[in-house]
Design a protein around this ligand. Structure first.
Ligand code: LMR
Length: 399
């Protein structure tokens, strides 16, 4: 049966990791997969995570199953982290949470429950969106459509284009939104734009499905969660997929959550019962280790403080690199403005070069980025910034 299977190309993002590892050139620069890096190019274990991990392991007396929805302490701590203490959706008992294998698991479970609730739903994603949103959503059997989002000319959001498309969506359409640190463009809505979008979502009866994979890496924990907090307070139903990969550096531990905000406590209970059943039919239960660590960090005053400090260091380093990159590119391209790179948030920016130029950078200069010219800003460093700007100058004409 398997002999007829066709061999597939490698994943557009994960395939770059192997290509980079296999490149022996000492000048190589990895701006591919979205992992945080320090100035030496390492992705360190977050200090509070290392300490929490030791405490968790020292205390652990069994490897017996935890629970179908995962670690309840983690789930509650994540609700408070995402929505903020005392959020009205929490106090009115309208939120239920299931721990998931990473943010991908959360997006997929969200799509699966939408398909159960409303098989004809269409999920509308931004143009562009994170490459893996497409298989995660369509793999559930739901249809996917796109709305305009990025304005290449300004490096910001094409808000008019976006609103024009969303205003025309039929009731019960699902709109997949990035809470902050938009992947792949780094272009986010402003607070007033979120308010305008909320009005349309209310008027049209749309369902927001918010993906938040970078809370704390944009402006701050509360600022980055502005949209999920606002929408959950104002709307009867919201889905929020959250990842702990980047802000806790727990990439390989596959730690995430799906929060479902429902119209009533009874509807929320029903939704959770469905989610648990769906998860059971795919992977039964989520892995425990990463969630136990996050729970420990968030419930211990000292560890939480240490985590917040390190998160702020990471955010500061990314912003510093954005500013430096703008300066370096301005020196090479005096007639072009790259100021939008400094205004964007999170790990990613679009460089704005075409795929042949991206390939040339990879082959000739050992600089790795995805084919759409998305760069992981955190992969830059004091040691490679100048080399990166010089390499770009070799492939992108000055005029
Ligand atoms: C990325 O966008 O590079 C990260 O979110 C990693 C991934 O799984 O694609």
């Amino acid at each position: 049966m398997l002999e007829r299977l066709e061999r597939l190309p490698v994943d557009p993002i994960l395939g770059l990791m192997a290509a980079f590892r296999g490149d022996a050139d000492p000048r190589k620069v990895d701006l591919g997969v979205g992992v945080y890096r320090d100035d030496r190019g390492n992705t360190p274990v977050v200090r509070a995570v290392r300490q929490a991990e030791q405490a968790v392991l020292a205390r652990q007396s069994t490897k017996a199953y935890v629970a179908p929805a995962g670690n309840p302490g983690f789930n509650q701590a994540m609700e408070r982290l995402v929505l903020g203490e005392g959020h009205p959706a929490l106090t009115s008992g309208r939120v239920r949470t299931i721990q998931t294998p990473g943010g991908c698991g959360a997006v997929r479970l969200g799509a699966e429950i939408l398909r159960v609730a409303s098989p004809q739903s269409v999920v509308h994603v931004s143009t562009p969106t994170w490459a893996n949103h497409v298989p995660l959503v369509t793999g559930s059997g739901l249809e996917l459509a796109r709305y305009p989002y990025f304005d290449r000319a300004s490096g910001g959001v094409d808000f008019q284009g976006m609103m024009g498309a969303i205003e025309r969506l039929p009731a019960r359409s699902v709109v997949l939104l990035h809470a902050s640190c938009h992947n792949p463009t780094g272009a986010d809505l402003s607070e007033s734009q979120w308010h305008e979008l909320l009005k349309v979502v209310k008027q049209r009866g749309l369902l927001p499905f918010i993906d938040m994979a970078y809370q704390g890496l944009g402006v701050g924990l509360a600022e980055d969660a502005f949209a999920p907090r606002l929408f959950s307070a104002e709307l009867p139903e919201v889905l929020i997929a959250v990842s702990c990969s980047k802000n806790f550096g727990l990439y390989r531990e596959r730690t995430g959550a799906l929060h479902v905000v429902s119209e009533s406590a009874a509807a929320a209970d029903a939704a959770l019962s469905q989610l648990v059943r769906i998860a059971r039919s795919i992977y039964s239960m989520p892995p425990d280790h990463g969630a136990a660590i996050v729970h420990e960090v968030l419930s211990d005053e000292g560890l939480r403080r240490s985590w917040l400090e390190e998160l702020s260091e990471m955010r500061g380093r990314i912003q510093g690199l954005r500013n430096e990159l703008v300066k370096k590119l301005a020196a090479v391209y005096p007639h072009r403005s790259f100021a939008y790179i400094a205004a964007q948030r999170g790990m990613f920016s679009y460089l704005g070069i075409d795929t042949p130029q991206v390939r040339e950078l990879r082959v000739q200069h050992h600089v790795y980025m995805t084919d759409d010219s998305r760069i992981n800003i955190a992969g830059l460093s004091t040691g490679n910034l100048a080399y990166f700007a010089e390499s770009v100058a070799q492939v992108l004409p000055k005029h």
